[in-house]
Design a protein around this ligand. Structure first.
Ligand code: AMP
Length: 288
């Protein structure tokens, strides 16, 4: 079932809440694939009602061409979700999400989590992400929010926002879903040229190699290795960063940190792919 307005969605959800039902919520920008499917499946397993939003949020794009070329495939998204079971699809217009006269800017201290990696290369991106997720949380008021590890910095920032603003929703993180060859599933993959699509597996292979090499190489040496390995013809690694998993600040040595993630962005032709891999994690830390 597709709902396009905030009023219609809230009417439905209020009825569910009155019955004591829990609500799972998965925000997406559409062009759905099995990576999104994993989030929605978990939401359905753990909640009485599941809402999936499909909204290409203009405020998180820093380049108009990227916004314009973002795939929009509502019909096939609907099909994919139908196969998974019963969900409410919320597909609002920009005017529903950002109505005139409503201040949707979010003032929150993100503790610098937004300044590294994607934040450094995509100025204003996380401001837009925080703005849309907070607005959607205000609309849906879910019991649980489902996000992917694929966007490591994004879920870290949203967790921080939830903590700081005491939003009464629990964030559930779902591991990265990959194709059989290892390429992380992404809505942007459909824009890859066939030869780039098969060569893009180099990103996953490089992340795995760093995990193996971390006993012999410093983080700096690992980054140099990764930037060189992904520098294929037509590919351009934008960054590899090895960072503390809590602060997202780059690390200089492996042993001073118990939670470490390697995040990267690589251009394959004119498609920007991001990926990450957890290199080190304390046993007590439950991510999933
Ligand atoms: P997007 O539509 O790309 O904004 O993604 C919506 C949500 O799906 C985000 O929480 C993403 O992290 C998550 N997601 C996208 N791709 C994957 C993937 N391959 N594995 C796990 N989660 C994903």
């Amino acid at each position: 079932m597709i709902v396009n307005t905030v009023a219609d969605l809230q009417k439905k959800l209020d009825k569910e809440r009155a019955k004591g039902h829990t609500i799972g919520f998965t925000p997406t920008m559409g062009a759905l694939h099995d990576g999104h499917g994993a989030l929605v499946k978990l939401s359905m397993e753990r909640n009485d009602v599941s809402v999936v939003s499909i909204f290409v949020n203009p405020t998180q794009f820093n380049e108009k061409t990227d916004l314009d070329s973002y795939p929009r495939t509502l019909k096939s998204d609907e099909k994919l979700l139908k196969k998974l079971g019963k969900v409410i699809i919320f597909a609002p217009s920009p005017a529903e999400v950002y109505p005139k006269g409503l201040d949707t800017n979010v003032k929150v201290d993100l503790g610098g989590l937004d300044l590294q990696m994607e934040g450094a290369f995509r100025p204003g991106h996380f401001e837009g992400v925080v703005q849309v997720v907070k607005r959607l949380l205000d609309i849906v008021n879910p019991t649980q929010l489902f996000m992917g590890q694929k966007d490591f910095q994004q879920f870290s920032i949203i967790q921080k926002m939830i903590d700081e603003l005491e939003v009464p929703t629990r964030l559930v993180v779902v591991p990265i879903q990959r194709q059989d060859d290892g390429l992380a599933m992404s809505s942007r993959n459909v824009r890859l040229l066939p030869e780039d699509k098969s060569r893009a597996v180099v990103i996953y292979k490089t992340l795995k190699a760093i995990k193996r090499k971390k006993s012999q190489l410093t983080p700096k040496e690992c980054i140099k290795y990764a930037m060189e390995r992904c520098d294929l013809d037509g590919f351009k690694p934008e960054y590899f960063d090895i960072a503390d998993g809590y602060t997202l600040k780059s690390i200089k040595s492996w042993d001073k940190h118990d939670y470490v993630v390697c995040c990267c962005a690589v251009w394959a032709g004119d498609v920007r792919l991001i990926d990450n891999m957890i290199m080190k994690k304390p046993r007590s830390l439950k991510l999933y």
